[in-house]
Design a protein around this ligand. Structure first.
Ligand SMILES: [Zn+2]
Length: 201
């Protein structure tokens, strides 16, 4: 799945010719464009807002214009740059999909777009580092993040052990069709919670 489905990807992560400086430089994130030019931007992941203002030189957000930075539950910092307006405050907890601001052209930018990057650290200087190793590829990071988020809540082996050890004998000993049906329903609840298919209707 593509986490940037509603955006147009105008510049990928990695080495590129810098659009303003015209030299080959590592692009630490992705450039995304949404319509209209001041379109609302939504958080790709939940987390705590660590920065919500104009980025100043030396802070880790120099040249990035208005920056919202959100720390996720794994300690990675999600940086949304060049915003025209900011809709969140430092210390605030945001949920995935919450509007965090509007697309803009603030800072060193050639047109309205969202520069989005994922930093491995959130301190010092908001995880800023010159090296390539300070950031991760955003598309893959989000895909991995979402796939873990949707992971089964019960281990498959545990679910099947409960079914085999308790529910199957109970089903065999059940005296009425209603009891058997109820036990089957419980087994299916466990199967579903562990990412398996239902077996009873
Ligand atoms: Zn960029």
């Amino acid at each position: 799945m593509n986490p940037f489905e509603i955006y147009r990807l105008t510049s990928p992560f990695g080495m590129r010719m810098h659009p303003v400086d015209h030299v080959k430089r590592f692009h630490r994130g992705v450039d995304l464009v949404i319509s209209p030019s001041n379109g609302a931007l939504k958080a790709f992941v939940a987390g705590e807002v660590l920065h919500a203002k104009m980025g100043v030189t030396g802070s880790g957000f120099g040249n990035m214009g208005n920056v919202v930075a959100i720390k996720d539950d794994k300690g990675y910092l999600h940086v949304y740059a060049h915003l025209s307006a900011i809709a969140v405050k430092v210390g605030q907890q945001v949920v995935k999909g919450q509007v965090i601001g509007n697309q803009g052209n603030t800072g060193k930018s050639t047109g309205a777009h969202l520069h989005y990057e994922v930093r491995k650290k959130f301190s010092p200087s908001f995880g800023w580092t010159e090296t390539v190793s300070g950031v991760v590829e955003p598309t893959k990071y989000l895909q991995d993040y979402y796939s873990k988020e949707e992971a089964p809540i019960v281990d498959k082996k545990d679910a099947n052990a409960i079914i085999d050890k308790y529910l199957k004998p109970a089903w065999g000993a059940a005296k009425s069709a209603a009891d058997k049906q109820e036990i089957g329903r419980l087994a299916d609840t466990l199967r579903e919670a562990s990412g398996q298919a239902k077996q009873n209707g």
